[in-house]
Design a protein around this ligand. Structure first.
Ligand code: NAP
Length: 277
C-alpha cells in the first residue's frame, strides 16, 4: 500500500507557489467573509490565513454577526468586487439559514471567485472550459496526478453529490476519461458500487463508513470526510482494516485537507495573474 501523502505534496506545491508569488510585484489580497461563529469555520479560516501569510498573500477578514441580512452581505461582496486591491473573495460556509448561500456565491465576481462556486465558474467547468475550479475537487485530481494515477477508463465510485465536492469532482473525473458512479444517501446497496470501483472517493462525513468488505483488492481510496472522534480528526474510511487491501490510500489528517488549502492559494495567484493579463 502506498500512502497518498497530501501533506508532503501540498508542501511542495506551496514552495512552488511562493516562487510564483515572488514573480508578482504587487500586493495580493484575499478577502475572507465569515458570518456567525461556527467553531470549525474559525479553525479553517485561521489555517487559510496562515498559509496565505506564508506565501506572501495579505488577508482581510470580515467577521459578520449572524443577524446580518442577505442584502448587507451582498452589498459587502459588491464592494469587494469593485475593490481593485482585492484579488480573491472567499465566503466561508456555513452561513446562517436566513442567507441564501448559492445566491451570495453567485454575487462574487467570477474573476475573484477563488472557491469556484459562482454560476459562471460552475458552468465553465460543466462545459470543460474551467476558470477557477473549486479547491477540494482540484486538490484530489492534483494528488492523483502527482502519483501518476491515470483516470482514463477507470471505474470511480464517488460518494457525495454536494455542490462543493461531488458535483464539481464528477465533471473533473469525467473530463479525464473516468467512468463515474455517483452515490449518495438514497443509493441502494453502496457496497455493490464500491466493489466495482478501481477508485473510491468518499466524502460522507461518517467515521468508518468505508469498511474493508466494501473495497476490492488493489483499489485506490481517497478519503475526503472529516469528523471528530474523541478529539481526533478522522475520515470516512476504516483505515486500519482497509489499508492492507488497497494499492493507494489518503490518510486523514494529512490527505485531501492540505491539498485543498494549497489549491486555494493557487487559485488566488491565478486570479491575480489573470488580473495582470
Ligand atoms: P454534505 O453536503 O453534507 O454532503 C455529504 C454527502 O454524503 C451527501 O451527498 C450525502 O447524500 C452523502 N451521504 C450522507 N449519508 C450517506 C449515506 N449513509 N450513504 C451514502 N451517502 C451519504 O457535505 P460536504 O460539504 O460535501 O462534505 C462532505 C464531507 O467532506 C464532510 O465530512 C466534510 O467535512 C468533508 N470535506 C472535507 C474537505 C477537505 O478539505 N478535506 C473539504 C470539503 C468537505 P445526500 O446528498 O443524499 O444527502
Amino acid at each position: 500500500m502506498i500512502l497518498l501523502d497530501g501533506k508532503k505534496v501540498s508542501n511542495e506545491i506551496i514552495e512552488e507557489l511562493i516562487l510564483r508569488r515572488n514573480k508578482i510585484k504587487d500586493k495580493i489580497k484575499l478577502a475572507i467573509i465569515w458570518v456567525g461563529n461556527d467553531s470549525a469555520s474559525e479553525i479553517y479560516i485561521k489555517n487559510k490565513q496562515k498559509k496565505c501569510e506564508k506565501v506572501g498573500i495579505e488577508t482581510e477578514l470580515f467577521h459578520l454577526d449572524s443577524n446580518i441580512t442577505e442584502e448587507y452581505l451582498i452589498n459587502l461582496i459588491d464592494n469587494l468586487n469593485k475593490d481593485k486591491a482585492v484579488s480573491g473573495i472567499l465566503l466561508q460556509s456555513p452561513v446562517p439559514k436566513t442567507i441564501d448561500i448559492i445566491k451570495c456565491f453567485n454575487e462574487i465576481d467570477y474573476h475573484k471567485d477563488v472557491d469556484g462556486f459562482s454560476c459562471i465558474s460552475v458552468g465553465s467547468l460543466y462545459l470543460g472550459r474551467e476558470k477557477l475550479v473549486s479547491c477540494t475537487p482540484k486538490g484530489i485530481i492534483r494528488l492523483l496526478d502527482y502519483y501518476n494515477i491515470d483516470l482514463k477508463g477507470k471505474n470511480v465510485c464517488l460518494i457525495n453529490r454536494s455542490n462543493i465536492v461531488g458535483k464539481p469532482l464528477f465533471h473533473l473525473l469525467m473530463q479525464r476519461g473516468a467512468t463515474v458512479t455517483v452515490c449518495h444517501s438514497l443509493t441502494k446497496n453502496i457496497k455493490e458500487h464500491t466493489l466495482n470501483a478501481d477508485i473510491i472517493i468518499s466524502a460522507v462525513g461518517k467515521p468508518k463508513f468505508i469498511t474493508s468488505e466494501m473495497v476490492s483488492d488493489g483499489a485506490i481510496i481517497i478519503d475526503v470526510g472529516i469528523s471528530r472522534v474523541d478529539g481526533h480528526v478522522v475520515g470516512d474510511v476504516d483505515f486500519d482494516n482497509v489499508k492492507d487491501k488497497c494499492s493507494y490510500i489518503t490518510p486523514v489528517p494529512g490527505g485531501i485537507g492540505p491539498m485543498t488549502v494549497a489549491m486555494m492559494i493557487e487559485n488566488i495567484l491565478e486570479a491575480k495573474e489573470n488580473e495582470n493579463g
